[in-house]
Design a protein around this ligand. Structure first.
Ligand code: IVH
Length: 664
C-alpha cells in the first residue's frame, strides 16, 4: 500500500474502531463481534507498524503501550477541583436545602441527584475534540499528569464525537467490583498483598508508572461535570450532562432531576437500599443545584461549593469477637486464614466469619484469637476485619500462626521466596480438588445451577465424583439416592449439567482453574485460539505474543496442558460432549452445531484456515479425513481424493455457494 492510501486507511480504521469502542464501552451495546473488532485492530496495527510516523494521536492502538515513566508531571487545573461538604442524615439534607433557598430568595430550585462513585477524581482535557491530557485531582489546584494511564481506560474516548474547541471535564475513574475481586485473586495467587477496596485499587492502578499495568486492569469512568467548555453555552447541570453524553463521554444512567428536597431524600433512601446491586461501589449520593446561574449566585467557600453536598451512606460496621482462626485451602493451594466470629447483625445479614487474607494482614492488624474487633461488610462481599479494639483485651487472647501442614492432606506447606502466600503444593490434595470443583461449577465458570458447595461435597463424599468430568457421567439413580436430593432436584441438576455442555469455550477455560488464568484471560485465550485443541498445543512464545498474557501465565498454561491427569480430564469432558470450540457466532447463532465438515480443493472466498474458523465459530467441526461420520464435504476448485471418497460413501458434497446458503 502506498503512503497516501495508508494514511487514508489509518484514519478510517481509527474512526471506525473508536466508534465501535464507544458502542461497546460507553453504550454497553456492541454492534460487531469481538472477532470483527480484533480484525480491525490487527489491520490498523499492521499499517501503523509499516508507517509509524502516520499514527494519529487518537489511534486506539495508543491506549496501551509505551515505557514506564520516571514520575508524574504536575498539572494546574483550568478551574480548581473542589470537594464537597457532607450530609449524614435527612436533617443535614434539609439544612442544606434551607441554606440554598436562603441564598436564592424567591426562586424555584431544582436538584440533580447523582450516585457518588467511590473511585478517584480525574480531569480530562480535550482540544479540538482530541484528548490531550488526563490528571488526578491532587490538592484541587494542582494534580498529576496521568494521561497515558487514563488513555488505557476504554470508556474514556480518545476523540469526542464532535470537535468542541476546548473541553475540560471531570469525573470519577473506578474499578468495577468484579475486576477488584479478580485482581485480588490474582494478587493472592502471586503471593502479593491484597488491596483493601476498589477505590484503593483504582487509585493504585492509575498511579502506576508503567501504563501497561494500568491497561491490564479493567478500569472504567463516569464523567459528572464540566470544568470549562468553549464554543458552547450551557444553562444547567443537566444540560451539561446531556452535552457530555452527546460528545461520547460516559455519564452514569441513574441521575435524576428532582423538584424538592423531599424527593431528593426519597431518592437517597432508595439507593441506600439498592446500592449493593450495582456492579461498582458508591459511598453516597451527590445533590447539586441544577441551574448554573443559581450555582454561580451561591458560589463556593475555599473548599467546597455551596450549591452541592455529598450524602454519605451509613457505615456498615459492627463489633464482634474472634472466636477462632482456621485455615482453608483454596483450589490453587493457597492457604487462607479465616476468622470464625461470634455471629453479629450487620447491613441486614448475620455475619459469622471474615476473611483474613494472609498471615501478614493478621500480623499487621495484630488480630488475635479472642479479640474484640470491628468488622465491615459491603453488600455480598465477604466481610473483613477493619481493626482490633486492644483496649478490650483481657490477656487471654492467643496469637495465631500458620500451620506447617496443609489442613486437609497434611502435606508440608511451602512458602515461596518473596511471596506472602503459603501453599499446599499437592496438586491432588482433596481439599484443593473440592475447591476446584466448586469453582468449575460456579456462576462465572460453567454456571451449573443447583450445584452449590454442599452438593459438590455430598457428591464427593458419596464417591460419585472425583473430578469435573465425572459430573457429566452422573446418572439419575445415583443422584436420587443422595440425602436431600429428591426426584425433581435430581432431574433439574441433570438438566443443568446437560445445558452446561454448550457453554462457551471461554467459560470452560476459566472453569478448568489453570493457575493465573482468570475469567478475562479465559476469554482472551478463547478468542485467540478458537478451540481447546489449539490452546493445548500453544507454546510459551505463542502465548506471550498475545497482549495481556504474561510469561508467568504462559508457563502456567503450558504446564497445565503437559499434565497427563489434566489431559485425561479434557478427553473425558470432550467425550461427554462438552463444547471445546469458540461459539462466537453473531448473537450466539450456531447453524452448524454438531456438523462435521471435511474441506477439499481450493476455496475462492476463504483460506482453509478461515473456512475452518468460520465453521467452528458456527458450531461445526472440521476433520481431515472423510468417514461415515462426515456430514458434508465442502469442495472448491480441483478437489482431491476426499471428493471421490465422499461420493463412494454417499456423503453430501457441497459447493461454496451452498455452504453460504447453509450459514446464512
Ligand atoms: S461533584 C464541586 N459528583 O466525590 C463538585 N463528585 O467529596 C465536585 N464524586 O472529589 C464533585 N461521584 O471524587 C461529584 N457524581 C459525583 C461524584 C463525585 C463521586 C467524588 C469526587 C469528589 C468527591 C467529593
Amino acid at each position: 500500500m502506498d503512503r497516501a492510501a495508508a494514511e487514508k486507511r489509518i484514519r478510517e480504521l481509527t474512526d471506525l474502531i473508536n466508534e465501535h469502542n464507544y458502542y461497546y464501552y460507553v453504550l454497553d451495546s456492541p454492534r460487531i463481534t469481538d472477532l470483527e473488532f480484533d480484525n480491525l485492530m490487527k489491520e490498523l496495527m499492521e499499517l501503523e507498524q509499516a508507517f509509524p510516523d502516520l499514527i494519529p494521536p487518537d489511534s486506539p492502538t495508543r491506549r496501551v503501550g509505551g515505557m514506564p515513566a520516571a514520575g508524574f508531571a504536575a498539572v494546574a487545573h483550568l478551574a480548581p477541583m473542589l470537594s464537597l461538604s457532607n450530609a449524614f442524615n435527612d436533617q443535614d439534607l434539609r439544612d442544606f436545602d434551607r441554606r440554598v433557598r436562603g441564598g436564592l430568595p424567591g426562586q424555584p430550585v431544582e436538584y440533580v441527584v447523582e450516585l457518588k462513585i467511590d473511585g478517584l477524581a480525574v480531569s480530562l482535557l480535550y482540544e479540538n475534540g482530541v484528548m490531550v491530557r488526563g490528571a488526578t485531582r491532587g490538592d484541587g489546584e494542582m494534580g498529576e499528569d496521568i494521561t497515558r494511564n487514563l488513555k488505557t481506560v476504554n470508556s474514556i474516548p480518545l476523540r469526542l464525537r464532535r470537535p468542541v474547541p476546548l473541553l475540560e471535564v471531570r469525573g470519577e475513574a473506578f474499578m468495577p467490583k468484579k475486576e477488584f475481586l479478580r485482581l485480588n485473586e490474582e494478587r493472592e495467587e502471586a503471593g502479593e498483598p491484597t488491596l483493601a477496596n476498589p477505590r484503593n485499587a483504582a487509585a493504585g492502578s492509575l498511579r502506576q508508572l508503567d501504563p501497561r499495568i494500568t491497561a491490564s486492569r479493567a478500569l472504567d469512568a463516569f464523567l459528572y461535570g464540566i470544568g470549562r467548555i468553549e464554543g458552547m453555552t450551557v444553562a444547567s447541570h443537566m444540560e451539561g450532562l446531556d452535552i457530555l453524553k452527546e460528545l461520547g463521554l460516559k455519564v452514569n444512567p441513574h441521575i435524576k432531576l428532582l423538584p424538592s428536597i423531599d424527593e431528593v431524600i426519597d431518592y437517597c433512601r432508595e439507593w441506600t437500599e439498592k446500592r449493593h446491586d450495582l456492579p461498582y461501589e458508591i459511598d453516597g449520593m451527590v445533590v447539586k443545584v441544577n441551574s448554573l446561574a443559581q450555582q454561580a449566585a451561591l458560589g463556593a467557600t475555599s473548599k467546597s461549593p455551596r450549591w452541592a453536598i455529598a450524602y454519605k451512606f451509613p457505615a456498615e460496621e459492627a463489633e464482634t469477637v474472634v472466636r477462632d482462626i482456621f485455615v482453608r485451602v483454596g483450589r490453587t493451594g493457597v492457604l487462607t486464614p479465616t476468622a470464625s466470629l461470634k455471629p453479629v447483625k450487620v447491613a441486614g445479614s448475620t455475619v459469622s466469619s471474615a476473611t483474613l487474607h494472609n498471615e501478614d494482614i493478621i500480623r499487621d492488624k495484630d488480630i488475635r484469637i479472642g479479640d474484640h474487633v470491628i468488622i465491615h461488610k459491603a453488600g455480598d462481599v465477604i466481610p473483613e476485619i477493619v481493626r482490633v479494639l486492644p483496649e478490650k483485651r483481657t490477656g487471654a487472647e492467643r496469637i495465631f500462626s500458620m500451620p506447617e501442614q496443609c489442613p486437609v492432606c497434611e502435606t508440608r506447606v511451602e512458602r515461596v521466596e518473596g511471596e506472602v502466600a503459603v501453599r499446599c503444593p499437592n496438586d491432588r490434595c482433596p481439599g484443593r480438588e473440592r475447591e476446584g470443583l466448586i469453582h468449575f461449577v460456579s456462576r462465572d465458570a460453567m454456571d451449573i445451577e443447583g450445584l452449590g458447595p454442599s452438593v459438590v461435597t455430598a457428591l464427593i463424599e458419596a464417591g460419585l465424583v472425583n473430578d469435573a468430568a465425572d459430573l457429566y457421567y452422573l446418572k439419575f439413580e445415583d443422584l436420587v439416592k443422595l440425602e436431600r436430593m429428591g426426584k425433581k432436584s435430581s432431574e433439574n441438576l441433570l438438566n443443568a449439567i446437560e445445558k452446561s455442555k454448550s457453554n462457551s469455550l471461554a467459560q470452560l477455560i476459566f472453569a478448568l482453574g489453570i493457575r493465573l488464568v482468570g475469567e478475562r484471560a479465559g476469554k482472551i485465550l478463547a478468542d485467540h485460539f478458537g478451540s481447546m485443541e489449539r490452546l493445548k498445543a500453544a507454546s510459551v512464545e505463542e502465548l506471550t505474543a498475545i497482549p495481556e498474557i504474561g510469561p508467568k501465565m504462559a508457563d502456567s498454561i503450558v504446564a497445565y496442558f503437559r499434565d497427563p491427569v489434566n489431559l485425561r480430564l479434557l478427553d473425558r469432558l470432550e467425550a461427554a460432549g462438552v463444547n471445546m470450540v469458540q461459539e462466537r457466532a453473531e448473537e450466539g447463532r450456531r447453524p452448524l452445531q454438531g456438523k462435521q465438515f471435511v474441506l477439499t480443493g481450493a476455496l475462492s472466498k476463504y483460506t482453509r484456515k478461515e473456512a475452518q474458523e468460520l465453521i467452528e465459530k458456527l458450531g461445526g467441526k472440521v476433520s481431515s479425513g472423510v468417514s461415515k461420520n462426515t456430514d458434508y464435504v465442502l469442495a472448491g476448485e480441483d478437489p482431491g481424493s476426499k471428493y471421490d471418497k465422499a461420493r463412494a460413501l454417499g456423503v453430501p458434497i457441497i459447493t461454496e455457494e451452498e455452504f453460504e446458503q447453509m450459514i446464512r
